[in-house]
Design a protein around this ligand. Structure first.
Ligand code: NDP
Length: 453
């Protein structure tokens, strides 16, 4: 049977575009459908604009800190609308780049929302397309919890196009998005409260990261409240919001943002028409290195399949899928050593096992930890501390976890992830010459374990 395409990709985000480009360059006839702007969450309402906003929010402290180095300024002011306009211009540029990247590899881009008609057919607007294979790469979206008044709160998507900055904000959730936006908004002068329901921010991260980041956020003036849940949100007559908390207190704020997780975008795909199986939370079940659903020629990658919701994961999955299907390569995606950064202020960088995970998994470990004040702050007077930690498996001396809170943690952890991939031992870290004077050299000079079994 002949089809309109070898591969129809639903969603032009990180995973979909990567898969389409590779499949196209390997000779497949590919069509991609996208209803929104090109590039998906990462480019439009995620990593890219978020990082630009992190940069924007850091200048206030940089100016303040420069005084210790002899600079003086009149009070700097910040123009939110100028930032948004400049950010929008940059994002449009990236949208066009994505479009051109696809066109250059002969991929046809169809603008509109794709739904399944049957297991080889999708519909976009009033046109139907048939394909030998279909790849679902529709990503996810932020969710609001089922709390009365939840609709009065914003989600992260909304923050990227707010007409004006609020004076006060309450951010519910202390995960990646909660702590990143807390840093951004606080840095822009918004009075910021983080309401985290459990005892620690950044669930699943090493305990030293959780504690250090919370302390540093508080030093910056963010009101981080743990073990605090929202039970009700109401609008006051003056337009402000009244937030009822489980400790029976109330909080008045101008704006509330839910940073309480994301859900896969599957509800409107009409997956039932193709018979594709999902989990109860709507994520698509895939198996094997081909990211195959229960329908053998329908595949899925990225946030929609419930793997860690990280752009590089979707990129790797999309690329491996395309190479396996349309090339000779038999690439597999190995997530056992998965570096990640949180662009909180200061940054968090982590790769490998936390101390707690390592112990639970039965490793006999040594943990090395260093806390220090970065050289810059000996002159600024700022009390910010950097924390670095290594987890070492005593059985073979392998470094099985690297963790950091501090400036450029994401940049530093990338190199350590390479070392971990190469199987580096603590002895190799110790034998590595430091780069002086840097913070990163501390990772090769930690000599004494803090805990021993
Ligand atoms: P996370 O899962 O990281 O955090 C969710 C937060 O919301 C947690 O603090 C959680 O508390 C809390 N929470 C969940 N449900 C409720 C509820 N019903 N009521 C109150 N609090 C609740 O989700 P995010 O939305 O922050 O981010 C989604 C994902 O996007 C991340 O996990 C990450 O994979 C990705 N991301 C990656 C970034 C990066 O790479 N830098 C940046 C932004 C997002 P508790 O801890 O108690 O469960």
């Amino acid at each position: 049977m002949s089809y309109d395409a070898d591969l129809f990709v639903i969603g032009a985000g990180s995973g979909g575009v990567r898969a389409a480009r590779f499949a196209g360059s390997l000779g497949a006839k590919v069509i991609v459908a996208e209803a929104g702007p090109m590039g998906g969450t990462c480019v439009n309402v995620g990593c890219v604009p978020k990082k630009l906003m992190v940069y924007a929010s850091e200048y206030g402290d940089v100016v303040e800190d420069s005084k210790g180095f002899g600079w003086s300024f009149t009070k700097p002011t910040f123009d939110w609308s100028a930032l948004i306009a400049n950010k929008d211009r940059e994002i449009s540029r990236l949208n066009s780049i994505y479009q051109h990247l696809l066109e250059r590899t002969g991929v046809q881009v169809v603008r509109g929302f794709a739904t399944f008609v049957d297991e080889h057919t999708v519909k976009v607007g009033d046109k139907t397309y048939t394909a030998e294979r279909i790849l679902i790469a529709t990503g996810g979206q932020p969710i609001r919890p089922p709390i009365p008044g939840a609709e009065l709160g914003l989600v992260s998507d909304d923050l990227f196009s707010l007409a004006k900055l609020p004076k006060r904000i309450a951010i519910v959730g202390g995960g990646y998005i909660g702590v990143e936006f807390a840093g951004i908004l606080n840095g822009m002068g918004v009075q910021t409260v983080v309401l985290q329901r459990s005892a620690h921010v950044l669930r699943g991260f090493d305990a030293d990261i959780q504690v250090t980041l919370r302390e540093e956020m508080r030093k910056k003036g963010i009101d981080v409240r743990v073990e605090t849940s929202v039970i009700h949100v109401m609008k006051n007559d003056d337009g402000t919001l009244c937030v009822d908390l489980d400790d029976k207190t109330q909080l008045t704020t101008d704006c509330l943002m839910w940073a309480t997780g994301r859900a896969p975008n599957t509800a409107k795909l009409n997956l039932a028409a193709a018979g594709v199986k999902m989990r109860a939370n709507g994520s698509i079940i895939v198996e094997g290195d081909d990211f195959q659903t229960n329908i053998p020629h329908i595949h899925a990658v990225g946030d929609v399949i419930g793997t860690p919701e990280l752009t590089p994961v979707a990129l790797e999955q999309g690329m491996a899928f395309a190479k396996r299907m349309y090339g000779a390569a038999q690439d597999t995606v190995d997530l056992t050593i998965l570096p990640t950064a949180v662009f909180s202020q200061p940054n968090v960088g982590t790769v490998g096992l936390t101390e707690q995970q390592a112990r639970t998994a039965g490793h006999d470990i040594e943990a090395y930890r260093s806390r220090f004040r970065g050289m810059r702050h000996t002159m600024t007077g700022r009390e910010e501390k950097t924390m670095m930690k290594l987890i070492v498996d005593k059985a073979n001396d392998r470094v099985i976890g690297c963790h950091m809170v501090g400036p450029d943690a994401g940049e530093i952890i990338q190199g350590l992830a390479v070392a971990m991939h190469a199987g580096a031992t603590k002895a190799m870290f110790d034998a590595t010459i430091g780069v002086h004077p840097t913070a990163a050299e501390e990772f090769v000079t930690m000599r004494h374990p803090v805990t021993e079994d």
